[in-house]
Design a protein around this ligand. Structure first.
Ligand code: SAM
Length: 313
C-alpha cells in the first residue's frame, strides 16, 4: 500500500522552525517525511536532519522520500521518548530545532490491517511499533473493568466509559473480542441510542482511548518535552503539533514551566529556588489551521501548533 499522509500546518511549522541551512534538526515523528523533506531541502551539506519514527512502514516510506537528501539525513527507528539516548548514540549534542507532529499518520489509520480504524474490519492491533508486544486486543481482553473505564474516560473523554467497559467485560466472558468491528459494535450498543447521534462515530472516542493506552502516547510526550527543550542550542526552536486537548495541555504546561520554572511560593518577595527561565513561547496562542487548509484536510481541524525557543543559560 502506498504511503499517504498530508502534513498539517505545513508552512506554519516550517516557518516557525526558522531553519538554518547548516543546523541540526530532529523530527521525532518522521511519518511519510512530509515535514522532514521540507526541512532537508533547506539544509546544505553542513546541515543534518535526524528523523525518528517507531513505525517500520513510516521508516521505509521516509527513507525513499528523503533519498535525494541522503547525505544530510540520519533515519532511526525508535521512540521519540528515547530522543536523548538516540542523540547520544549519534554523538549529537545540542540541536537547532525539533519537531513533533503527534498521533497517527493517515497511512496507519487507512491501512486496514493495522486495526486503528473502526471503519475497516481488522484484527484489534493499533500498535505503531509492531515489535511491541502489547496490542489493543490485549487491553480489551485482559485489563480490568476499572482500568478500561479509566482509559475510556481519561484518554477518550467518553461520557459512557463505565457502560462501555462493562459491556466489554460481559462480551469477553463469552469469547475474546478480536476485531475492530466487534469492538465498534460493542461500544455502539453500550451507548444509549438517543446519545449516538452527536460527536461523530460512536466508537471514535473509545478507539482513540485504546490507541493512546496501547502506544503510551501521553507518557512518551511527558517524558520527552523537558529533555528535548534542554537539548536545544540557544535560539533553537521546538515545534509540537497536537490533535487533542490532553496532548495540548501537556505541551502548554511544559512550555509554560520552561518560561517560568520558579517554584517559590507566590508571596516570596524574591526568587529563592534559583530556577531560571530556559524557554520562551514563540506564539502567545497556539497556531491553528487556516480556512483553506481546513477545506482540504479535515485532519487539520483539531491541530494546534505550539513553538518554544530556547533561551541562553
Ligand atoms: C502525524 S504522523 C507524522 C507525519 C509527518 N509529520 C509527515 O509530514 O509525514 C505521526 C508519526 O509519528 C509516529 N509516532 C507517534 N508517536 C511516536 C513516538 N513516541 N516515537 C516515535 N514515533 C512516533 C507515528 O508512527 C507516525 O508515523
Amino acid at each position: 500500500m502506498e504511503f499517504h499522509h498530508v502534513p498539517v500546518l505545513f508552512e506554519e511549522t516550517i516557518n516557525a522552525l526558522a531553519i538554518r541551512p547548516d543546523g541540526i534538526y530532529v523530527d521525532g515523528t518522521l511519518g511519510g517525511a512530509g515535514h522532514s523533506s521540507a526541512i532537508a531541502a533547506r539544509l546544505t551539506e553542513g546541515g543534518r536532519l535526524i528523523g525518528i519514527d517507531r513505525d517500520g512502514e513510516a521508516i521505509e516510506a521516509a527513507t525513499e522520500r528523503l533519498a535525494p537528501y541522503a547525505d544530510r539525513c540520519t533515519i532511526v527507528r525508535g521512540n521519540f521518548r528515547d530522543m536523548p539516548a538516540i542523540l547520544d548514540d549519534l554523538s549529537v549534542g545540542q540541536v537547532d530545532g525539533i519537531l513533533l507532529d503527534l498521533g497517527v499518520s493517515s497511512h496507519q489509520f487507512d491501512d486496514g490491517e493495522r486495526g486503528f480504524s473502526y471503519r475497516t474490519d481488522a484484527p484489534l492491533d493499533m500498535r505503531m511499533d509492531t515489535r511491541q508486544s502489547l496490542t489493543a486486543a490485549d487491553i480489551v481482553n485482559t485489563w480490568s473493568e476499572k482500568d478500561l473505564a479509566w482509559i475510556l474516560k481519561t484518554y477518550g473523554e467518553e461520557r459512557f466509559a463505565g457502560r462501555i467497559a462493562s459491556a466489554i467485560v460481559r462480551a469477553r466472558a463469552e469469547h475474546p473480542v478480536k476485531t475492530t468491528f466487534e469492538l465498534a459494535e460493542l461500544v455502539k450498543s453500550a451507548i444509549p441510542a438517543a446519545k449516538r447521534q452527536t460527536g461523530g462515530h460512536p466508537a471514535k472516542r473509545s478507539f482513540q482511548a485504546i490507541r493512546i493506552a496501547c502506544n503510551e502516547e501521553l507518557a512518551a510526550l511527558e517524558e520527552v518535552l523537558d529533555p528535548a527543550v534542554k537539548r536545544l542550542a540557544p535560539g533553537g526552536r521546538m515545534a509540537v503539533i497536537t490533535f487533542h486537548s490532553l496532548e495540548d495541555r501537556i505541551v502548554k504546561n511544559h512550555f509554560r514551566t520552561a518560561e517560568n520554572p520558579c517554584t517559590c511560593p507566590p508571596d516570596f518577595p524574591v526568587c529563592m529556588c534559583g530556577k531560571k527561565p530556559y524557554g520562551k513561547n514563540v506564539f502567545r496562542h497556539p497556531v491553528t489551521a487556516a480556512e483553506g487548509e481546513l477545506e482540504e484536510n479535515p485532519r487539520a481541524s483539531s491541530a494546534k501548533l505550539r513553538v518554544i525557543e530556547r533561551l541562553p543559560d
